[in-house]
Design a protein. Sequence first.
Length: 68
Amino acid sequence: MAQRVPKIEVEECIACGNCEAVCPEVFRLNENLGHSEVINPQGAPEEKIQEAIDQCPVQCIHWEEEED
């Protein structure tokens, strides 16, 4: 069964840190790499992850289907 997980398009990420500020259980700003990353895709309820997605100023985070 597939489940939705957040995915960051790292080429588009401007490393603003909004996603980590909203949902640090799932997202982390990696200053060494110059973009945010998903550290725990199921670390928060979908509603909270969606809030972080909605806060992205360049809309580089989206849902992706992942097989179990």
